[in-house]
Design a protein around this ligand. Structure first.
Ligand SMILES: [Zn+2]
Ligand SMILES: [Zn+2]
Ligand SMILES: [Zn+2]
Length: 272
């Protein structure tokens, strides 16, 4: 089952350019140096259309990439840059005339209920339209309209968060450690998107060198680094990366082989 991945946003929480900064990258004329907040869209052939995270820039991302449908939303964690676009999902629930299922771990579900309290309050003013979402707490592999999704436990500083594997592709942003139990779940992955903030160390994000350590162990065919800050100019950084590794950029698209059934997902691979 083929699917197309679109990188909607490849930037760190501030975005690039960053407010009030006049560094070379923030003033760059290269469109790939303009990074909105991190998110991807997954369009499965004849299957569901998924958002991973509702970034602060969701509205502009949806307009830029002509997103017409969202059948489900997966959340990696509840940091503001990954959830604050949730209110804009109401356009999709309006157009689709139904609630959008959202999948997240227990702590993110609890946090979404607090941050978007008005969505879950029956007394809320409905005049302007509220997002209609159905929150589902996930604790292991699940499926959306036949698409098998494997959550990948990751550490983001002290905070456990989720990456997601879809067939031969895994999305892992906002992490600085892949815990032992995650490695078997990533066995045989061919394409990854992996967070790499900058070269200087950071307490909750991989540096480029640390991300390359993950790549060396996983050996995917292709890696795209994401959640990038203004320290990394696109063209110059790419030149210094090893073969099969490049920086993601807003609008990057590629094809993956998604898994349709649990049997297919586990075929020849150790997923558990
Ligand atoms: Zn983030
Ligand atoms: Zn800057
Ligand atoms: Zn984060």
């Amino acid at each position: 089952m083929k699917a197309r991945v679109t990188v909607l946003g490849s930037g760190t929480s501030h975005g690039v350019p960053m407010i009030g900064c006049s560094c070379d990258v923030c003033r760059s004329a290269d469109a790939r140096d303009r990074r909105s907040r991190a998110s991807i869209y997954l369009d499965v052939d004849g299957g569901p259309k998924l958002l991973v995270d509702t970034s602060t820039d969701l509205r502009q991302q949806a307009l830029t990439h002509g997103i017409m449908r969202v059948d489900a939303i997966l959340f990696t964690h509840s940091h503001a840059d990954h959830v604050m676009g949730l209110d804009d999902s109401r356009r999709f629930s309006q157009m689709q005339k139904g609630a959008i299922p959202c999948y997240a771990d227990a702590s993110t579900v609890a946090s979404l209920r607090r941050s978007f309290y008005y969505v879950f309050d029956p007394a809320s003013e409905k005049g302007g339209g509220l997002p209609q979402i159905e929150l589902h707490t996930i604790d292991g592999r699940f499926a959306v309209d036949g698409l098998v999704i494997q959550p990948i436990p990751l550490m983001h500083g002290e905070r456990p968060i989720l990456g997601f594997r879809f067939g031969d592709f895994a999305y892992m942003t906002d992490t600085n450690r892949v815990p032992e139990q995650a490695w078997p779940l990533l066995d045989g992955v061919q394409t990854i998107i992996l967070g790499a903030l900058r070269h200087r160390p950071h307490p909750t994000h991989f540096t480029v060198a640390e991300a390359l350590g993950v790549v060396a162990r996983l050996q995917p065919r292709q890696t795209y680094l994401t959640h990038i800050c203004h320290d990394l100019p696109h063209a110059a950084t790419n030149q210094a990366l090893p073969p099969g590794v490049e920086l993601a950029y807003d609008g990057l698209t590629f094809e993956i082989e998604a898994a349709r059934s649990l049997a297919q997902a586990t075929e020849g691979r150790q997923w558990t």
